[in-house]
Design a protein around this ligand. Sequence first.
Ligand code: ZN
Length: 354
Amino acid sequence: MRVKLATLIIVGAFGLSAPALAWDYPGHRIVGAIADGVLQQHYPHTYKRVSDLLEIKRPGDLWQKRTLREVAVFPDCAKKGNEAYCGRPSSEEELSYAEHNPQNDKFHYTDVPLQQPKYQVGLAGTEDTDVVHMIGFLVEYLRTVGDAPPTRPQKKGVRLTDTEAIWLLAHLVGDIHQPLHVGAKYYDKTCVTSVDPNTVGGLANVAQTVGGNLIYIAPKAPIVPPAGNLHLFWDSTTVLRAMKMSGQLGNEQEYAKALAGSPPTGWDNMTDPAEKWAEQWATEIMPRATEAHDRLTITKGPKPSPFFATGGCTWETTVDDGYQDWAAKVAEEQVKKAGFRLAALLVAIFPNKP
Ligand SMILES: [Zn+2]
């Protein structure tokens, strides 16, 4: 999620200098693969619509088909300095998107204080271009595909092609199901007592953990920590551990297929129109975000914050096997929900009709 921040964090002895990415690439691809599978099997007309919109023209007038699985990582691959994670330089398509959407880095998360029971517009930590607002906007935007440009919804600082809107949606539905992309812990200026910025006069009066990016996982000798910080742990380690627990480490497609075989309880509990689902999902995940912090002992760490604006502190914690197993189970449930919900959102936008 926060590249500027994360590139400054040196993550450990194995030379991983790691931007925080949200579910990391396997997670995003698995979410996309579940949605591909659900749409292909049950909503062929919706699938065709999505697939047509994702087509791209290659040299020689060749049109290339793409899946949600493939495009779900593009908004992270479009970030500057993410080449090591993306496994390739940004494509021309991603560079063009990043140029037209300079706030791309901010689209991927919101930072609702853990003390808040639900996502509410205007709370400290929320923004007009946060993940909740962006998903809502993308739903409205994609509902008007084919309309004349002046009648299409607009958002300041956002300029998208229909193709980009689909890949951004596929990505952000993954992000919003990662607990630390929604709930954030804040401290008072001593960095010892957790506070809600809404009750102490706003963000200027708190120290921010930046979605757990500044909660480092302490390397207890001789062990190498599973990730450099808590945000990154939730982005990547949890999904890999879940895959390992299911015996599918390294086999994303098979793992996605297995997850797509049984929808998680409560995945379809959305009551509002599709534009509002993201708000409901953000509220739903708050208890998970809280538990992800409350299960740990988090203390003020010795390192200074790499960011001027976040209050000057960093924190430390350790994650034992029990925590890691619990987190992997949560991650699996969330990735699964995200996959089914991405499919449902696309069916709501493009009804399954010839
Ligand atoms: Zn992201």
